[in-house]
Design a protein. Sequence first.
Length: 98
Amino acid sequence: MVHSIRFGGKVSEPALVLFDTIPGGAGQVRRAIEDEATLRKVLTAAWENLNNCTCGGEQGNASCYGCLKNYSNQFCHEQLERGGKVLEFFTLMGIGKQ
Ligand SMILES: [Zn+2]
């Protein structure tokens, strides 16, 4: 189950895509997007995971199986970086270091 939240409502703009890894979904994403406090907790946990990982050094110009990589996204592992634009996204959302 995939739910996305588009910023600005334009297709060309960045989107946040949340999905349950369980086939058919377990309802966790729906619960998160229906309650802002829950969504903020989910995003904060994601930020902590990315921010506390050490792959790619201080710049975070890499990713690992502890932060972003998994079996399902192996087709784009070379493009995944936990730092830079990814962490900027959380800053824009008011999450993490300000
Ligand atoms: Zn990592």
